[in-house]
Design a protein around this ligand. Structure first.
Ligand SMILES: [Zn+2]
Length: 247
């Protein structure tokens, strides 16, 4: 059964109860990880996911709260015994940032898994991967730096999860999220390349999704705003740390 794991649901602003926003999608022997702004391997273990099943890491953009844990990710999967290569997907600036983060550490004398850098297009519907388990595409968001949202379709169920990435409300993410079973949309707050809960609810309505999970949540989320989001789109939930959703 394809499953979404919310490994972290917080914003860049430190929250005592939320890690930075990170996701994993699992199905049998395949795990796709999205973003690594914290200790994503620890969260993967906490979610009960076998590290050996990680088939790829996707990085949505270059900001620290989405990529700075990459060297730790590499070191930890190596220490866990992984030797086979690891595909890392993202747009050019995100991969360059990941490369710089890794290069800052002198890990060359270790037998780290080889990174297969897989650059994806910064365009609507750009292809990421297609295998026996997943079909993955992206679309650009609207943020202070280049970013993409990610659409993951399960080959087993045709279920769809879309993650907005960091973005203002924008048509390209609406299009990416069209008829998704679960839209995981950021709700960091309105303006400056981000989205409010109410704006995310409007995206969910326009894209005709089944369920909206609000993530990238600030510590001071406005309860009144959440209430108005639920009036706009009733099936709106705050993402819960280590929340699990089948699709
Ligand atoms: Zn960002």
């Amino acid at each position: 059964m394809p499953t979404l794991h919310l490994l972290g649901t917080g914003a860049a602003v430190t929250d005592p109860h939320r890690h930075t926003t990170m996701l994993a999608l699992t199905d049998d022997a395949s795990t796709l990880v999205i973003d690594c702004g914290g200790d994503v391997v620890q969260r993967i273990l906490q979610a009960g996911i076998d590290i050996e099943t990680i088939t790829g890491l996707f990085i949505t953009h270059e900001h620290a709260d989405h990529v700075s844990g990459f060297p730790l990710f590499m070191e930890k999967i190596w220490l866990s015994g992984r030797r086979r290569s690891i595909p890392v997907y993202g747009i050019g600036p995100a991969l360059e940032q990941a490369w710089r983060c890794l290069a800052a550490f002198n890990l060359a004398h270790h037998d780290l898994p080889t990174v297969e850098w897989k650059e994806v297009g910064h365009a609507q519907g750009a292809f990421v991967l297609s295998d026996d388990t997943w079909r993955v595409t992206v679309a650009p968001g609207s943020h202070s730096v280049p970013v993409v949202g990610v659409r993951v379709e399960s080959c087993a169920t045709n279920g769809v999860v879309v993650f907005s990435g960091d973005t203002e409300p924008c048509d390209s993410i609406v299009h990416l999220a069209r008829h998704a079973d679960i839209l995981v949309h950021e709700a960091n707050g309105s303006g400056n390349g981000h989205t409010s809960a109410l704006e995310a609810a409007h995206v969910a309505v326009t894209a005709n999704v089944k369920q909206l999970l609000l993530t990238h949540l600030p510590p001071d989320l406005d309860e009144a705003e959440l209430k108005s989001a639920r009036i706009q789109f009733p099936d709106t939930e705050l993402a819960v740390e280590l929340g699990v959703h089948n699709f």
